[in-house]
Ligand binder design. Sequence first.
Ligand SMILES: [Zn+2]
Length: 56
Amino acid sequence: MDVKPDKTCPKCASTDYRFRGRKPVDANEKKALPAGTETKYQCAACGHQWKVRVAA
Ligand SMILES: [Zn+2]
């Protein structure tokens, strides 16, 4: 499995975004998600925040 983070803001497609934080996440049984790392970004252009989850 190879899940790459988005390279642009999902809202306005700007490439000018900032790293906001990263945290380990446990597997989520309800959503059937594997354990991994969740990285948070914020767009510098529109202020939209989003998270990118990468499987460990
Ligand atoms: Zn944006």
